[in-house]
Write a protein that binds this ligand. Structure first.
Ligand code: HEM
Length: 378
């Protein structure tokens, strides 16, 4: 009798143990399987690839394209760390105005000032323009002809500039085509926010190109490298100092820029000027951001928690920076038969007709003519 009771007690205990094990296993399974939150997090790390772009676009026609760009950027950055900042900014100025179509590389024309002559573009580094043309020449020799577009070179060179200065690397979707038409000065002024902008107007500009507050804060982290002229921020020094600015930072800036309009430059990231890291956000928390557009990311309650997050975690900043750069790099891209692959990044291909805002590359003309002929039954 006692033995029977003992047996049933053991069976019951066994069953209970089994039930507990099953429950634990189920809970573990649930944890490791992607729930909604996980899925959303992972999707944020892989922004959708725009139609017409792909990661292996040059696999057959120029398989070494990415390593040629990377090697070039590596050598160039070793010789002059500043070129990394120049290349990164060039890609940003290309994408925010008329999309990532390399229009910013087009020299002005006889008919009037071009995109490059618009005020925000006057401080782009000449060495960065030259680097893009050098890379293009190398690619032309390696892959025999105009295969890799100037807009793709810009996207890759920006990515590699970030990586070469210590930042994250990320995969860049490829297959952009170049526009034969540069933007107007008005397009540049409305596409590129001024350094005096506060968060609401920055967000309004970004909203037009489908970027949000997180993208704004992460992309502004590009200011962890490079230089700025006094004239871009001296409204914060004169006539009265901006009260949001750290006083000792202010007096340092006044040494470089003693009067309004001084022609001098200073570093964007006072802590680690040539390293791509999260110190930019630490500067903001310490009220040592250079532009109003930087410092206001911390002053404004909507963006402040994002700044604090990246100041705490470089890894989170790097992850989001890669995501936001891929998003930025796909703004209004031309693909397929649109635009052209330029033979010289500074000039549209000879024979391209540009007519009242319409872009006619020879292949596009051919497509339109063929389609019309087909409709007419030729
Ligand atoms: C959010 C709005 C932005 C504003 C208002 C802004 C404004 C500026 C200004 C005024 C300069 C200095 C120009 C000069 O005085 O020489 C500058 C430099 C720079 N910007 Fe931005 N920028 C913004 C976003 C970005 C983004 C999204 C990136 C890249 C992801 C970027 C990367 C850079 C870099 C690397 C430099 C230094 C360039 C060099 O040293 O040649 N900026 N920016």
């Amino acid at each position: 009798m006692a033995r029977a009771r003992l047996t049933s007690a053991l069976v019951l205990a066994g069953a209970a143990l089994l039930a507990v094990l099953v429950l634990v296993a189920a809970a573990e399974r649930q944890e490791s399987s992607p729930g909604n939150d996980d899925l959303m997090k992972r999707q944020r790390h892989h922004p959708p690839v725009a139609r017409g772009l792909s990661f292996d676009f040059y696999k057959r026609r120029c398989p070494r394209a990415e390593s040629i760009v990377r090697d070039y950027v590596r050598d160039a950055v070793r010789k002059d760390a500043g070129i990394a900042a120049g290349l990164l900014r060039l890609h940003f100025h290309d994408c925010f105005v008329q999309g990532c179509d390399a229009s910013v590389l087009l020299d002005g024309s006889a008919t009037g000032p071009g995109e490059q002559q618009a005020p925000p573009n006057l401080t782009l580094r000449p060495s960065a323009f030259a680097a893009i043309n050098d890379i293009r020449d190398r690619l032309e020799r390696e892959c025999r002809g105009a295969v890799v577009s100037c807009s793709d070179i810009l996207a890759l060179a920006a990515r590699d500039s970030v990586a070469e200065t210590g930042g994250p690397s990320y995969r860049v979707p490829l297959g952009r085509r170049d526009s034969p038409r540069f933007a107007t000065q008005q397009d540049v002024l409305s596409g590129l926010p001024a350094p005096t902008s506060t968060v609401p107007s920055l967000l309004a500009v970004l909203r037009n190109i489908n970027l949000d507050a997180t993208d704004l804060v992460a992309l502004s982290g590009g200011h962890t490298v490079g230089l700025a002229h006094c004239t871009s921020f001296d409204g914060r020094l004169f006539p009265r100092p901006d009260p949001t600015m750290n006083p000792s930072f202010l007096s340092k800036l006044k040494q470089t820029c003693p009067a309004k309009g001084t022609d001098a430059r200073t570093v964007l990231d006072v802590r680690t000027p040539n390293a791509f890291d999260n110190k930019y956000y630490i500067n903001l928390v310490k009220r040592e951001g250079l532009f109003v557009s930087d410092q206001d990311l911390y002053t404004n309650a909507a963006t402040r928690p994002i700044v604090e997050r990246y100041a705490r975690s470089q890894r989170e900043f790097f992850d989001q920076f890669g995501v936001s750069m891929v998003k930025m790099g796909q703004i209004r891209v031309l693909t397929g038969d649109q635009g052209q692959v330029r033979r010289n990044c500074s000039a549209r291909n000879p024979g391209t007709r540009v007519h009242e805002g319409l872009q006619w590359s020879s292949s596009l003309v051919q497509t339109v003519v063929e389609a019309a002929a087909e409709r007419l039954g030729f």
